[in-house]
Design a protein around this ligand. Structure first.
Ligand code: KDG
Ligand code: MG
Length: 402
């Protein structure tokens, strides 16, 4: 199973995606996602300049050894660019191995732990009435878990809340848009949001909420205390987590379940959080944390401490990551929930895939491999466009966390 070529593609069918295709002497190929929103070309160049030359001639079946080669064999370990590049290689190699075995990926991982994968939807309202409409629409599609985000009175634009009709804020500015944040205005409003949704829909619906790193640990503890009586499924990314110990303060003051980790890129970013049971859900994804090989280690560590998975699944992760995540979710014993934001039709045309949504659950499909392909000719019609996510400032102009 000698690797004879590895090619990197950057395309933009509605948003940017970086894709790695590895081919073997036997003609079996594998596809990996290498998309890092807003920093796409850095990963593409890392792969092209520094990884592809190392892969040619290697045995594609030695997934673990190639992973260690790209991780330990490089003096400069970890970091989002390196770990996204390693993930792309790893996923492409698992795809090849599963195709060679003529099995869907979940079978290679150990087989099914469940019949289907529970997913949560996004509901974003510019105000509470709009949010109620969005929650109702998601419920009608069959979702029983919904992430709720609301515009905040007095703030022009709030993270995660888009114009009516647009499902998600795209990274679409050629320079970052600047937005404003006020913790006081947010804390004054957030209880009204949860109270209104519970009043309208009752307690059968699981509600999730993402704070996107905006708070300090003490403010996060206050929000947890305010919201815990509305029984959130989880509160996500309440604080930036570089200082993992800061979660002790939040944890000691609230029983609201905590989720974190979509920006993490290795097991070392969540070791303290997991071993000290400071979180309930780990959101670190296959594409940004070294692929399936490394995510298995994170999930196994988490399982020792009653921490469950809740993979990031926003539309800036390509369908390759979604397909792989669904295979992983089908197998992993300590599965919690999977984020689901449907891609636009053109994205599914460029990345034909075998997964499907049905009444609040997803199914990974039975195609050999991870079930996601890449249409190179179609992709070539959508060249890369520079695009940034917004940045965030406090009302006095201080740069704040995104
Ligand atoms: O690239 C950033 C997005 O993926 C992120 O803003 C989405 O927070 C997010 C989520 O929970 O889906
Ligand atoms: Mg998030």
């Amino acid at each position: 199973m000698k690797i004879v070529s590895a090619k990197v593609f950057v395309c933009s069918p509605s948003r940017n995606f970086v894709t790695l295709k590895i081919e073997t002497e036997e003609g079996i190929y594998g596809i990996g996602d290498a998309t890092l929103n807003g920093r796409e070309l850095a990963v593409a160049s890392y792969l092209e300049e520094h990884v592809v030359p190392l892969l040619i001639g290697k045995d594609a079946s030695r997934i673990e050894d190639i992973w260690q080669y790209l991780y330990r064999g490089v003096y400069w370990r970890r970091g989002s660019i390196t770990m996204t590049a390693i993930a792309a290689v790893d996923v492409a190699l698992w795809d090849i191995k599963a195709k060679q075995a003529n099995m869907p990926l979940y079978q290679l991982l150990g087989g099914k732990s469940r019949d289907s994968v529970r997913v949560y939807a996004h509901a974003n309202g510019t105000n509470i009435d709009h949010l109620i409409d969005e929650v109702r629409q998601a419920q009608q599609l069959g979702y029983s878990a919904i992430r709720i985000q609301s515009g905040i009175p007095g703030i022009k634009k709030t993270y995660g809340v888009t114009e009516k009709g647009i499902k998600y804020e795209p990274a679409n500015a050629s320079l970052p848009e600047e937005q404003v944040w006020s913790t006081t205005k947010y804390i004054n409003h957030i209880e009204n949001v949860f109270a209104a949704i519970r009043e309208e829909f009752g307690y059968d619906l699981d509600l999730l909420h993402d704070v996107h790193h905006r708070l300090t640990p003490n403010e996060a503890a206050q929000v947890g205390k305010i919201l815990e009586k509305y029984r959130p499924f989880w509160l996500e990314d309440m604080v930036p987590a570089e200082n993992q110990d800061s979660f002790r303060l939040i944890r000691s003051r609230t029983t609201a379940p905590l989720a974190v980790g979509e920006v993490f890129n290795s097991i070392w970013d969540c070791k303290t959080l997991i071993e000290n049971q400071l979180i309930d859900y780990i959101r670190t994804t296959i594409v940004h944390a070294g692929g399936i090989t490394h995510l298995r280690r994170i999930a196994d560590l988490a399982s020792l401490y009653h921490v469950r998975t809740g993979f990031h699944g926003a539309t800036d992760l390509s369908p390759i990551t979604m397909g792989c995540a669904l295979h992983f979710d089908t197998w992993v014993p300590n599965f919690g929930i999977q984020e689901h934001m449907p891609h636009e039709a053109i994205v599914n045309d460029v990345f034909p895939n075998d997964y499907h949504f049905d009444n609040g659950y997803m199914h990974c499909g039975e195609t050999a491999g991870h079930g996601v392909d890449f249409n190179e000719q179609l992709a070539a019609q959508y060249p890369y466009k520079p695009a940034y996510l917004p940045v965030n400032r406090l009302e006095d102009g201080t740069l704040w966390n995104w």
